[in-house]
Design a protein around this ligand. Structure first.
Ligand SMILES: [Zn+2]
Length: 202
């Protein structure tokens, strides 16, 4: 688990400081009683294939694949995606290892809320006007993510995603909306902070 210069900069948090997706998720984790400690809950490693990150539920640790993450925007997206898994792990009793539908739900949420599908979505919407493209992208990415970590057939992964899709696609916590870009994410963060303030006053 050699940590490179790149890895140490990541752990110092230089990459994340301004990212509204990451800020909201870190706040939400803290609010749920699962405050994230950069030293303890992140690990920078070299990974196989083109995997860029992972969440190790057994030790509650986010793995960042320093050899496959190419720039700051990519890093922020990977951290966001994995923090959504960490958030799900914190708030619900997710049975990651034996219940593929639990994993499928969290992958749908991560693909939907992390911005993984948003940029491409914007471009395609301009060119082709495909309204359903965001859903299709989320579904495809969730299936691919499951297949990257579980040794199951594509059909089994597709079935699991389809079974949970509607409820998990519509679960926008802690964003309260699909944050299609940084502006949406910033609004979501502001709303979350207000929600927090409101709850602490009653
Ligand atoms: Zn994932």
């Amino acid at each position: 688990m050699a940590e490179t210069f790149r890895g140490r900069r990541v752990l110092n948090g230089q990459y994340w400081s301004g990212d509204p997706y990451v800020k909201l998720l870190l706040d939400a984790m803290k609010h749920s009683g699962c405050a994230v400690n950069k030293e303890r809950h992140f690990s920078c490693e070299d990974c196989n294939g083109n995997v860029s990150g992972g969440f190790d539920a057994s030790v509650s640790q986010i793995v960042l694949c320093q050899n496959n993450i190419c720039n700051q925007a990519h890093m922020n997206r990977v951290v966001t995606h994995e923090l959504i898994h960490a958030f799900d792990h914190c708030r619900a009793h997710v049975d990651w290892f034996t219940n593929v539908r639990h994993l499928a739900c969290s992958e749908v949420r991560a693909a939907n809320l992390s911005g993984d599908c948003s940029l491409l979505n914007e471009i395609l919407r301009l060119h082709f006007g495909l309204k359903q493209h965001h859903q299709t992208c989320v579904r495809d990415r969730a299936i691919r993510s499951i297949l990257a970590v579980r040794n199951i057939s594509k059909e089994v992964a597709q079935k699991a995603v389809d079974e949970v899709f509607e409820s998990c696609f519509n679960d926008h916590e802690p964003f309260g909306r699909i944050p299609h870009n940084k502006t949406y994410a910033r609004y979501a963060h502001r709303d979350f902070q207000n929600r927090d303030r409101y709850y602490s006053n009653i």
